[in-house]
Design a protein around this ligand. Sequence first.
Ligand code: NAP
Ligand code: MG
Length: 475
Amino acid sequence: MRNQTQHFINGEWVDSTGSETIEVINPATEDVIGKISAGTKEDVDKAVSAARKAFPEFSKSTKEDRIKWLNAIADGYKKRSKELIDVMTEELGAPLSISENVHFKMGLAHFKQAARALDSFSFSEEKDGHTLVKESIGVSGLITPWNFPTNQTSTKIAGAIAAGSPVVLKPAEKTPYAAMMLAEIIHEAGVPKGAFNLVNGTGDEVGDAISSHPDIDFVSFTGSGGVGEKIMQNAAKTIKKVALELGGKSPLVILEDANMKKAAKTAASNMFFNSGQVCTAATRILVPKTKKDEFEEAMKEAVSSYSMGNPREEGHTAGPLVSSGQWDTVQSYIQKGIDEGATVLVGGTGKPDGLDKGYFAKPTVFTDVTNDMIIAQEEIFGPVISLIYYDDLDHAIEIANDTIYGLAGYVFGQDPEKLRYVASNIRAGQITVNNAKTDFNAPFGGYKQSGIGREWGEFGIEEYLEVKAVLGMPS
Ligand code: NAP
Ligand code: MG
């Protein structure tokens, strides 16, 4: 049992001021794997005051020191790879290979990338005879979701350390243990006490205390739109800057000249990736009408080559959903799709054969979907995708942009002019052409209701900085 009921404040593990605890569940077995504290507003106050005390020195630390800390964190993180991979499989239910090759590696990449970006980052420049200085924004509050336990926390922490901003982190209550390991790694890397603080607990109590705290200058949040709205409202009272990484309903536009088998494989990999619990998932697959039959055949075949199952058994590409609540949500969306008249091409409601224990949902492909259906408009956050058919490329763009979201977009095909045309007309923060590789220095964030701000690499550092213009500085 992982009973870790302390918070990390001012360089040490301390007891919570409250006595309530929260159980953490392994979603693949439904077993309780441990407890954490349900932190209180007083815990947040203590963490904020430690961060505030650390601010004067930490914000003036040199670039060399910050690079040293980031690299030392990366080293410590690598040393604990086995434990991190194991804990993510336990708390999130990700197959071991995915915990290693996706979750573990993404977390590591952000620390290394921030160190690299910092090396060439300029905190001061001369412009039009004035000096422009970039300074730490102050104390930052970080609130993260459960779907990528190390990626979501690391990208924020790395940017904050690179910028010299002390932080108070509230990780998701469903996946707190990877974040608690990070606290130890950060401490052992020599990051000054008070610069990194972690308070566990619920969003309603700890998250709310962070977003409304008068002594926090910036809140970086990743999660749902509804909570993002509350955070903005709270932050407004003390005019805090907010960065919001919210949901998506991203389109994958398949061109007529695409190899339909390869295109279907790309669509299926989006569906299985992290069991569909991915904000950038391509959940609306836009297929030329002329290719309907061919694509549907290819899609059925592609899905059958992936497998879902016990995350500790080798050979599975996906595990369960994170919780029973998430399972219920996904089921209700699948039912809504059926009720709205979409056709189930693969999957449907219920649990996959042989997977009665654990929050496993059937990978589901809907076809004959129209973009006004609920399943095409709302984020499902599960292994469910919709096939929507288009007449010509302008029709595809119209459908692609007919959404409140704008986090990501994908285009698959051959004609360079058409690839460019689609990439330049989708209104979203990141467009991927033909399975291009992830770049941890490329900005990540959303247009429209997918959020405000950009993370990753040098854009991620900028989030934690203010710009000061100094006029008339003697040279
Ligand atoms: P969520 O409810 O928005 O939770 C995200 C984080 O916010 C958690 O740490 C949560 O605490 C906390 N929180 C909840 N209520 C809060 C409040 N009133 N004030 C401050 N913080 C609060 O999202 P979720 O249920 O964990 O994740 C599912 C949804 O998040 C998805 O449907 C998707 O839309 C979105 N998402 C987006 C991204 C992205 O990168 N854009 C990534 C992951 C998820 P608890 O621990 O108590 O829940
Ligand atoms: Mg929640």
